[in-house]
Design a protein around this ligand. Structure first.
Ligand code: THU
Length: 134
C-alpha cells in the first residue's frame, strides 16, 4: 500500500481549517487544500475569489505558492475539502499545477479513495516534455 505512513486524517484536518478561511463571497463555495512535502512540511491554501469573477484563485494556487515560498520540494500526498468537510477533487487546471510539483506518483485523497495523480490526470504534459524537445 503506497499510502502507508501518511496521516490522512491530520492532512484533511488542515484542509478543513483552511476551507474555514476561504474568501468565497461570490460562489459561497469554500475550499481548503493541504499537502505533505517530501521534507515533512505541510503546505496549504484556500480559495480567494474576486469581484472580477474570472480572477479567482483556487485553493491549490495558494498551496503551490506556500510550497514554493517555503523552500520548494516535492508534493507527496494531497487532499482538499469543501466547506462541509467533504473531500473533493481538484479542477483540471489545479491538477496540472499539482503535476508540476508532485508528478505522476503524488497520492491524492478522493471520494473514491486514495489514487495517484496519474489516475486523475493521465498522460499529463509536464517538464519532461519540454526537456525532450531541447
Ligand atoms: N475551487 C477551488 O478552490 N479548487 C478547485 O479545485 C475547484 C474549485 C474554488 C474556486 C471557486 O472559488 C469555488 O471553488 C467555486 O468554483
Amino acid at each position: 500500500m503506497p499510502e502507508v505512513g501518511i496521516d490522512w486524517d491530520a492532512l484533511r484536518a488542515v484542509a478543513v481549517d483552511l476551507a474555514g478561511r476561504a474568501y468565497a463571497p461570490y460562489s459561497n463555495y469554500s475550499v481548503g487544500a493541504a499537502a505533505l512535502v517530501d521534507d515533512g512540511r505541510v503546505v496549504s491554501g484556500c480559495n480567494v475569489e474576486n469581484a472580477a469573477y474570472g480572477v479567482v484563485l483556487c485553493a491549490e494556487c495558494g498551496l503551490i505558492s506556500d510550497l514554493v515560498a517555503g523552500g520548494g520540494g516535492r508534493l507527496v500526498a494531497f487532499t482538499c475539502t469543501n466547506g462541509d468537510g467533504e473531500v473533493i477533487t481538484p479542477c483540471g487546471r489545479c491538477r496540472q499545477l499539482l503535476f508540476e510539483h508532485g508528478g505522476n506518483g503524488l497520492l491524492m485523497e478522493t471520494p473514491a479513495g486514495i489514487l495517484t495523480l496519474a489516475d486523475m490526470l493521465p498522460q499529463a504534459f509536464g517538464p519532461a516534455d519540454l526537456d525532450a524537445a531541447r
